[in-house]
Design a protein around this ligand. Structure first.
Ligand code: PXP
Length: 250
């Protein structure tokens, strides 16, 4: 039997479109409800320091919505006192610690955990003590995996952005890096997730890495929703993931 991999749908870019006009439409909470109805296993949202997409009020609504639906909310957050206080107030199912630079268009690289344990470890501890499952969004490198274990994380999410942007030999090399890091993380007791830049094809391909338990996907799905609707885009992503998994199980 093939394994099951969870699909977390990141709804940030519904808020990006809403914010372009400053009103209430399109509503990310409505997108979250539709995503769950279409088969998303959970909702992911990134409360950025500059609030460029999801806002504090959105997190309030999304927390309540996920609690009602009994589905996990995965809050992506920078390692700051402000974000820690917000996360501790809402106690989402999971928090994914990400690097954040105001001038970046998206989360450009993984969190530098190695060398920054003193700053990251207390945040991981505080979230864990509050019952929040802590994930670290990292590059697939041995040093970062070891550092993730050292600071007490439960999960690592590998940044697949580079893999998705590359092609040919370079993509194959990045795949090997992801595969080795996933095996290392799993052997050290961490749960393995992946995300960033994934589309139907790359989501399927990345599932060849057997330790991956969850994918978090946003931009592509919200973009596809413009053409086929959110429900259809998520169902097609689920089908692409299931087809890739069935192929391995066969
Ligand atoms: N996982 C993490 C930790 C992210 O920061 C993002 C982007 O917000 C994603 C997954 C989703 O990436 P994309 O929007 O490119 O699918």
């Amino acid at each position: 039997m093939s394994r099951r991999v969870r699909l977390g749908v990141n709804i940030d870019h519904v808020a990006t479109v809403r914010n372009a006009r400053g009103g209430a439409h399109p509503d990310p909470a409505r997108a979250a409800e539709q995503a769950l109805a279409a088969g998303a296993d959970g909702i992911t949202a990134h409360l950025r320091e500059d609030r460029r997409h999801i806002t504090d009020a959105d997190i309030e609504v999304l927390s309540a919505l996920c609690r009602r639906a009994n589905r996990p909310l995965n809050l992506e957050m920078a390692v700051t006192d402000e974000m820690l206080a917000i996360a501790l107030r809402h106690k989402p199912h999971a928090a994914c610690l990400v690097p954040e630079r105001r001038e970046e268009v998206t989360t450009e690289g993984g969190l530098a955990v190695a060398g920054h344990a003193a700053r990251i470890k207390p945040v991981v501890q505080a979230l864990s003590d509050a019952g929040v499952r802590v994930s670290l969004f990292i590059e697939p490198s041995p040093e970062q995996v070891e550092a993730a274990v050292a600071v007490g994380a439960h999960v690592v999410e590998f940044h697949t952005g580079r893999y998705c942007l590359l092609s040919g030999q370079e993509r194959a090399a990045e795949f090997d890096r992801l595969k080795a890091a996933a095996a290392q993380a799993h052997a050290l007791g961490l749960e393995v997730h992946a995300g960033h830049g994934l589309d139907y094809a790359t989501a399927g391909a990345i599932l060849d890495i057997p330790e991956i338990m969850e994918l978090n996907i946003g931009h592509f799905l919200i973009g596809e929703a413009v053409f086929v609707g959110l429900d259809a885009a998520i169902r097609r992503m689920r089908a692409a993931m299931d087809a890739a998994l069935a192929e391995q199980g066969a």
